[in-house]
Structures are given as C-alpha cells and as structure tokens.
Design a protein around this ligand. Structure first.
Ligand code: CP
Ligand code: NVA
Length: 330
C-alpha cells in the first residue's frame, strides 16, 4: 500500500510502521542527492514553520532552519524562555495560537507528554526535536547513516553503550527493533531501559527479524558487533550533581580502542553529538578538574578514528528532517 504521511505529526518512532520509516529514508536519500547536485527543491514555498526550543541545540535547530529554507518556507525560531508557553500560557492554548499561524511546529523540551499535547491541540503537524524520552528525528539520521556505511539495516548488529534509559537509548532500541537490527544495550542494570518498553521492542523485533538484548558485560555486548553507539552520560535537564554517580556507573562502558577491537573488523562508531571526548569544552574541563577524566563516553582516539562516522551522521540530520517536513506538509 502507498505510504501517505500528509498531516501526520512525528512524535516518536513507535507511531510509524517499518514501511513508513523506509519511505522517509528513501525520501531523505532523494533530498540528499538534490542538495549535492544543487537542484532547487523549494517544494513548500510560501509555508511557515516555528521552532520551539526549551533546551539548547546546534544540529537539530540548524537542520530545521536550513531544511525549512531549502524547501522555500519561512522559519521562526523561539529560544528557551522567550515564549509565553508554560509560564503564562498553557500548552493547549499555545498550540491553538501557533496552529493558526504556522503550517508546522518543531518542539524540543522535557516531557514527551508536552509534545504530544502540542500535536493534539495545534491542528498542524508537530515534529519532536527531542524530549527526555525520545529523539525520533535523530533516529532517521542514524538509520540512514548505517545504511550508507554498511549497505543494509536488516541483520546489522548494533550495540548501544551508556545510559540506556535516556532519550537515545529508548529511541535506538525502538528504531532497531522496527527495522530488523539486532539491538544490544550494554549498560549497568541501573541504567537499563524501562521493562515495559523493552517488552514492546522485543515483540517488534520478533516481527522484523531483529532482536533485543540487555547486558552488563562489555566483552559479550560488543563482540563482533557492526555498530558501536554511545551518548553523553548526563543528559540535558539532569542536575549536575548526578555526574559523580553516573561516572562511577558508566566509566567501564566507555567506548575505547579495546571495545572497537572487540567489535567487527569494519565496525563503525556512532554518536548523536555533542560529545565529551576531550577537555576542550567547559563541562569537559570541569569534569577533568573534579574527577581527573580527560575523556568520557568515548576516547578522543576512537572519536577521531576512521571508524567514526559522527559527522556524516550529523549531516544526515538535515536531509532526514527535510524528508519529515516534506512528507507531513506536502
Ligand atoms: N544530536 C542533537 O540533537 O544535537 P543538538 O543537541 O545539537 O541538536
Ligand atoms: N541524551 C542527550 C542527547 C542529546 C542529543 C540529551 O538529552 O542531552
């Protein structure tokens, strides 16, 4: 059956079938080709979108801005704290106002319920640019990158190391389960994803030919794997006091040369970014001063290695976000 996503919101990968995800990936490839060949694609000329950010961003914001302009749209950015939303105006009221002015709304914030509520009340497509629970636009970029680098999705062995119950851990487990990858969360038990979501993903994986495994064992969890993925140990919105316990829990799950050597020979390293792989950031320098750690979730050696595809992944944010906006607004 033909896929039609017109008018849909993009809130989490769980809402989309494998065929719909496939369609978005193929569309992303077309947009990437058009961008590469400088073929104009102002297919949504005259439309307007608003980007609401309650947390900071580089990739997601820039992807929505550039993709929106490439498609011919007007783009309005509202930075953290600069709108009335939440303080003086409810989400439902904000949604109904924005829905009268804009053709689509991007939202990055805290609770998943907020983005769901925006979608319920605005009457226009809403795109989740990251919540505490999910980061779905990142998933499309990651799947596209894996397919470009390894030539396939089905059957790929994928290992996520680190905080496996944050937005990235949750989203990657769902995305892999839907698309037939063998997903392993390699993390301490305290940071395993929530049981209910694991059960849902195990069922999805049965249907797609993939699998879902949780392990605390770094050696077993990374043996022969095709993709090693990690994320920062403390996410946006978490208090800085958690660094100490998080470092204790996650230090042995750092992606380093030994981990990469245990993976498949042509394994790739992925990270949604930003990353603490050196002391060239204020937080990185602060952690070094307090805990003596010069690199955190990934060593600089791995981050800068040939196996690292993190900047291709970052570029793909733009092509895939363009596909989502086009598919839902066209
Ligand atoms: N990966 C990602 O979402 O990056 P930003 O926080 O810079 O948007
Ligand atoms: N888990 C990270 C992802 C950043 C893209 C965070 O929420 O800060």
């Amino acid at each position: 059956m033909a896929v039609n996503l017109r008018g849909r919101s993009f809130l989490k990968m769980l809402d989309f079938s494998p065929a719909e995800i496939r369609y978005l990936l193929d569309l992303s490839k077309n947009f990437k080709d058009m961008k590469r060949t400088h073929t104009p694609h102002r297919l949504l000329e005259g439309r307007n979108i608003v980007l609401l950010f309650e947390k900071t961003s580089t990739r997601t914001r820039c992807s929505f801005e550039v993709a929106g302009r490439d498609l011919g749209m007007g783009v309005t950015y509202l930075d953290p704290g600069s709108s009335q939303m939440g303080n003086k105006e409810s989400i439902a009221d904000t949604a109904r106002v924005l829905g009268r002015m804009f053709d689509g709304i991007e939202y990055r914030g805290y609770k998943q319920e907020l983005v769901e509520e925006l979608a319920k009340f605005s009457g226009v497509p809403v795109w989740n640019g990251l919540t505490d629970q999910y980061h779905p636009t990142q998933m499309l970029a990651d799947l596209l990158t894996i397919e470009e680098k390894l030539g396939r999705l089905k059957g790929v062995k994928f290992t996520y190391m680190g905080d496996a119950r944050n937005n990235m851990g949750n989203s990657l487990m769902v995305a892999c389960a839907k698309m037939g990858l063998h997903f392993t969360a390699c993390a301490p038990k305290e940071l395993f994803p929530e049981e209910g979501l694991v059960d849902v993903c195990k069922k999805l994986a049965e249907e797609s030919g993939g699998s879902v495994t949780l392990t605390e064992d770094v050696e077993a969890g990374t043996k022969g794997t095709d993709v090693i993925y990690t994320d920062i140990w403390v996410s946006m919105g978490e208090p800085k006091e958690v660094w100490e316990t998080r470092i204790k829990l996650l230090q042995k799950y750092q992606v380093n040369a030994k981990v990469m050597a245990n993976a498949a020979q042509d394994a790739i390293f992925m990270h949604c970014l930003p990353s603490f792989h050196d002391t060239k950031t204020s937080i990185g320098a602060d952690i070094f001063e307090k805990f003596g750690l010069p690199e955190m979730e990934v060593t600089d050696e791995v981050f800068e290695s040939k196996q690292s595809v993190v900047f291709d992944e970052a570029e793909n944010r733009m092509h895939t976000i363009k596909a989502v906006m086009y598919a839902t607004l066209c």
